[in-house]
Design a protein around this ligand. Sequence first.
Ligand code: SF4
Length: 316
Amino acid sequence: MPTPNNQNPLPYYNAYGPWLRKKFDGQKVYKVIADAGFTCPNRDGTKGYGGCTYCNVDSFTPTLTRSLDTIPQQLLASMARARGRFGAEKFIVYFQPNTNTYAPVEQLQSLYDDALATCPDDTVGLAVGTRPDCLNPAKIALLESYTDHLDVDLELGMESIHEDTLRKINRGCSHAELVRLLDSLSDSPLHLCVHVILGFPWESRDQMLAYADEINRHSAIGFIKLHHLHIVKGSILGAQYQKNPFPVFDLDRYTDFLADFLPRLRPDIVVQRLFGVADKELLIAPDWNLPKAAVQNHLDRELTARSVIQGSQCHR
Ligand code: SF4
């Protein structure tokens, strides 16, 4: 039976926290968010208007970053907070909100350079979230150019592996486009992370479990973020849900799902996140009514008790 990362104190899955600690010799490394005010082609009319139906960009952007002007100001405030609250020692600058490669490459370089120059001695990584259709060879080369001294994570929105779902959620980008990009990055020094959403109401359990098999197929994928579907205010799906509510994951059903999903996932894939976290003010459903740490504790306890092991039933 494959075994996950032996350094992991929660041995049932290959968790990001222990992976980071091992990679950076035990130092406390935190991500700090840079909001460069990007939009995305699914909002400005290039691919569509209104965005993906589940999206309200404010639901994944901390208020702290939105209230400040420049990227260095945002980063300095977030770094000070992380040092004070969590004893953070090193940082990964994370361009998170919207589509962070949706600009000419010269402009991207200037933004990334400014961010990385804010606190260079304590910055160990750059993470950039984007869509597969907003990259080109010049942008990839720019990101790769930072890998000579930093870890560079390229976080790609996969969301679903099913083209029908991607059409239904108005994604404006196909799974086939993502696959072409992954194939082109098979030898890249970038760390590739895919972001997936579990719980679209029309997807069956088997269709969701098939995400693991599809992800396993792509050796370029080294990291994953799992996100259960959130229905948030200000999104198209939110309006649909309020008119005609549909089933969403409760915590017990999501735990059951992970108990089947994690064993199918390749053991070497580092799981950056097991579940989604949304701003409580914006969240419509599902409201698990628990702090993030309590949800993590619940999953750790339940999945360990069930002897779940990431990769123990991995199909390749
Ligand atoms: S999820 Fe990403 S790509 Fe979709 S509308 Fe929101 S910011 Fe744009």
